[in-house]
Design a protein around this ligand. Structure first.
Ligand code: SF4
Length: 388
């Protein structure tokens, strides 16, 4: 009989396209769209490849990546060939792993975002790029206002209050003011400093934790007045740049992506939504979440059992049921185990699967935090939550 581990497995690396991760429903093949954008041809192509070589389900990740699920070992090679034809494959697994960049989706032509993202990607995939840990990443957040501060990244390129550019270490309010040309080299030098000062013992580590342990940034990093963050993650609906749409649990069907690709290029976001460039409206497809008031946005749930081999309980059917009883503004995170993949941060309510298929309840915390209630049967959760 198969035994289950209670402690989630920590891999320390992120799956990619060339190095996919095995899940309960097959390989998960993660695409990192360059500049966070798929052209209409690429988006249509990804949808076709998902339907042909995967199970037709496409996940949006919290680092703005796009994941094709349900790929068999035999289908992986032909899928990679198809993605390479679309210009979506890096030359090596090392290059793919290092090109870990989240780009603000709210950019406009000529504001420098696309150029910065391109030059950073070239620098990170070139010879001699720092060998940072797999989870180490960069944010290009140079729209009018920074919008990625809550998105995982170790080195951030942002606007200063005066509209210039600054390279900032995550976890510090100090930064180095840069130009369009010096931004990428400065970001790489900061990554080299991180490695040289022991930020990644045994190949793992993150910038904020390194600084919290007392590492002092180079002298060139001075206090900067950064542009003011406009607030929480944006709501679905029309925007200046296009139409932002969400999906239940951040997962869409290949047919849906194919339809959206007919409208325009798509930009990935770290909020598990996509922005359809230049669109003022979207077709009435039940999959699409187009308003902040949709109860499906009140729940977050990972893949859970049976698709995730580490899951101790199914998650999404439960989250779907419970979403209807959550008041607006209240967030529920249902996690198949304490790893909390779908939402590393705190939520008002978090349910974590336990051996035997019961759940623990954590109030105002993350999946690995101590629970307030333990051993709750799934059938009793609606009653329990009604009193929370
Ligand atoms: S949090 Fe969910 S997806 Fe992540 S390992 Fe646990 S069960 Fe699997």
């Amino acid at each position: 009989m198969k035994t289950m581990s209670i402690s989630p497995e920590i891999k320390g690396w992120c799956p990619g396209a060339l190095r996919p991760m095995m899940s309960g429903d097959g390989l998960v093949v993660r695409i990192r769209p360059r500049g966070g954008r798929l052209t209409t041809v690429q988006a249509k192509g990804v949808a076709d490849l998902s339907a042909r070589f995967g199970n037709g389900l496409i996940d949006l990740s919290s680092r703005a990546n796009i994941q094709l699920r349900g790929v068999s070992d035999a289908a992986h090679g032909p899928l990679i060939d198809g993605l390479r034809d679309l210009g979506l494959i890096d030359p090596s697994t090392e290059a793919e792993s290092r090109r870990n960049i989240v780009v603000t989706p709210f950019w406009s032509e000529g504001d420098g975002t696309a150029d910065l993202a391109r030059s950073l990607a070239e620098a990170l995939t070139g010879p001699g790029a720092p060998q940072t840990p797999g989870k180490f990443g960069y944010a290009v957040d140079v729209g009018i206002a920074p919008i990625l501060r809550d998105t995982s990244a170790d080195i951030r390129i942002e606007r200063t209050e005066a509209g210039g550019l600054v390279v900032r270490a995550d976890g510090a309010d100090r930064g180095a003011e840069v130009t369009m040309d010096s931004a990428a080299p400065t970001a790489l030098r900061l990554a080299e400093w991180f490695l040289a000062t022991g930020g990644a013992p045994e190949g793992r580590g993150r910038m904020a934790a390194h600084l919290a342990r007392g590492a002092l940034l180079p002298d060139a990093f001075m206090p900067v007045r950064a542009a003011v963050n406009p607030g929480p993650a944006p709501a679905p609906g029309p925007r200046t740049e296009g139409f932002l749409v969400g999906f239940e649990f951040g997962q869409m069907r290949a047919e849906t992506l194919s339809i959206l690709a007919e409208i325009g290029p798509v930009r990935s976001t770290p909020w598990r939504m996509i922005l359809i460039e230049g669109a003022h409206s979207v077709p009435a497809i039940p999959d699409l979440i187009t308003t902040l008031h949709d109860p499906r946005l009140r729940v977050i749930a990972c893949t859970g059992a049976p698709a995730c081999p580490q899951a101790l309980a199914p998650t999404r059917p439960l989250a779907r049921t419970l979403s209807a009883m959550l008041p607006p503004g209240r967030k529920l995170h249902v996690s198949g185990c304490a790893k909390g993949c779908a939402h590393p941060g705190p939520a008002a309510l978090t349910l974590v699967g336990r051996p035997g298929g019961t759940f623990d309840l954590i109030r105002n915390g993350a999946a690995a935090d101590p629970p307030a209630l333990t051993g709750l049967a799934p059938e009793a959760l609606a009653q329990t939550l009604s009193t929370e």
